[in-house]
Ligand binder design. Structure first.
Ligand code: SF4
Length: 454
């Protein structure tokens, strides 16, 4: 199903749509407050954007420097050009240690590579340790938001889910109680897992360290208790120097949730004694994006989710309607680059209002890229037949004043005398809106009558 069909499904539950919309807007407002309280917020955004420009222009050098430094600290660095390669590398490390249970903290890259499904096909039981991720994992669903994976779930539903899977008392939906139950359930897995996988928020070229930001401390606990740490990192996560973290860490949490900083910003530079550390660097289409002048800026993304929270389409259509690991406005400009046929609908899932660009902490020109993707998709022939036919018809009408006048007059006559021709189930605008009554005359006629003489 495409975005419109999946959004239609989400929209069937109107009260869920309303609180989804309100909750995300509340987070957007918290972000605004945090931004206004931060001196030189705009300067921070510009600086972050310029650092990322530098990274994108020198990515190969920073990656090699990062690899060299990490290797000097005894870390094994792997390179994967596709999700399959990434999954095979991770599996081979796990297999070498003869392990069948592992823990994993939040990593959108592993979602992008469908690592959980791959490992489970090979008999490995993966437990996601981020609370939101664990909730969607128990529900057998993908996350619907990159920062708030289960934002589409009500607390009563989570209570039911925990009752079914963790044996909590039926009807108990107290968030504090449910969090404690999840903590107890996860603790057991932390204590017995020999391999811990983490994502990476930033990889510092200067030092070869990776930085992982969490609010729950689950990445730290997993890594500290495991014999093997595997950090999975997209190649665009590189920053040149440690001092640049000051810019990104101040922007990341404020943009994501309005917090001044994430509760834990953990630096992993080398394995502790007796432990192994691996970093898997993944390309998966990123080099191709880098070569494209129009779309390379999308690689600046620090996955804060601010563009999700502000997007009027995302807030009222839900993350699953984007049918890709990273949803929302940023997902809509990343996914077509990976598979234009499958994701060609996503750049059209936008009002092009520009709110995403306005809040993006690294100043990605998101709405411009959405517009450019639409042009590419139409040129390459991936737009649907109905959309192409509709656009051709609109071009004919809007580029020819006489045709425009005739079309307007016909429309007014039809709405007045044969309304069922317009107001029927085949017209998707009609399904959720009250159609207007026909005006007596067109604006052009009114203008000629009333204003032209004066
Ligand atoms: S595109 Fe910008 S606003 Fe959206 S998730 Fe990435 S960094 Fe955040």
């Amino acid at each position: 199903m495409n975005h419109a069909e999946l959004a239609d499904h989400f929209n069937k539950d109107e009260s869920r749509v309303d609180w989804h919309d309100k909750t995300l807007w509340y987070i957007r407002e918290k972000r605004d407050k945090a931004a206004w309280q931060t001196p030189d917020w705009e300067l921070l955004r510009s600086t972050a954007s310029q650092i990322k420009n530098n990274v994108l222009s020198n990515l190969h050098e920073y990656l090699l420097q990062f690899e060299r430094k990490a290797q000097q600290h005894g870390v094994t660095v792997h390179w994967a050009s596709t999700p399959e390669e990434h999954n095979q590398i991770v599996y081979s490390i796990i297999q070498k240690h003869g392990v069948s249970n592992i823990v994993k903290s939040k990593s959108m890259l592993t979602e992008e590579c469908h690592l959980n499904e791959y490992l489970s096909r090979h008999g490995i039981d993966v437990v996601d340790t981020d609370l939101g991720e664990r909730i969607v994992q128990l529900a057998d669903e993908p996350p619907s938001h990159i920062v708030l994976p289960c934002i589409h779930w009500k607390k009563e539903e989570i209570g039911e889910l925990f009752h079914k899977h963790l044996g909590t008392p039926k009807g108990n939906a107290d968030p504090q109680f449910l969090t404690a139950a999840a903590r107890e359930h996860l603790r057991q897995r932390f204590m017995t897992s020999k391999v811990a996988i983490t994502g990476v928020n930033f990889g510092v070229a200067e030092t070869g360290e990776v930085v992982v930001c969490t609010n729950e401390g689950n990445a730290d606990l997993g890594v500290q208790l495991a014999d093997v740490h595997i950090a999975c990192m997209g190649i665009e996560k590189i920053i040149p120097q440690r001092k640049h973290l000051g810019v990104f860490l101040r922007l990341l949490a404020r943009s994501a949730t309005g917090q001044p900083i994430t509760t834990y910003s953990s630096h992993f530079r080398k394995a502790r004694e007796g432990q192994e550390m691996h970093i898997v660097l993944v390309d998966n289409g990123r080099s191709e994006r880098l070569a494209s002048d129009d779309f390379r800026n999308a690689l600046k993304c620090i996955r804060c989710g601010a563009c999700f929270n502000t997007c009027p389409v995302y807030r009222r259509s839900g993350g699953h309607s984007y049918h890709t690991a990273v949803a929302g406005p940023i997902g809509s400009i990343l996914a077509p680059g990976l598979d234009m046929k499958q994701h060609g609908d996503l750049p059209f899932a936008s009002t092009l209002c520009g709110s995403c660009t306005h809040v993006c902490p690294v100043k990605i020109d998101i709405h411009d890229q959405l517009f450019k993707w639409r042009q590419v998709i139409v040129q390459k022939g991936y737009a649907s037949v109905s959309k192409k036919a509709g656009m051709k018809l609109m071009t004919l009408v809007l580029s020819n004043p006489s045709v425009y006048k005739i079309a307007g007059a016909t429309g007014r006559w039809l709405i007045k005398y044969l309304p069922f021709v317009v107001n029927n189930r085949l017209n998707s605008w009609y399904k959720q809106r009250e159609m207007p009554t026909a005006p007596k005359q067109s604006f052009n006629e009114w203008y000629n009558q009333n204003r032209k003489q004066s």
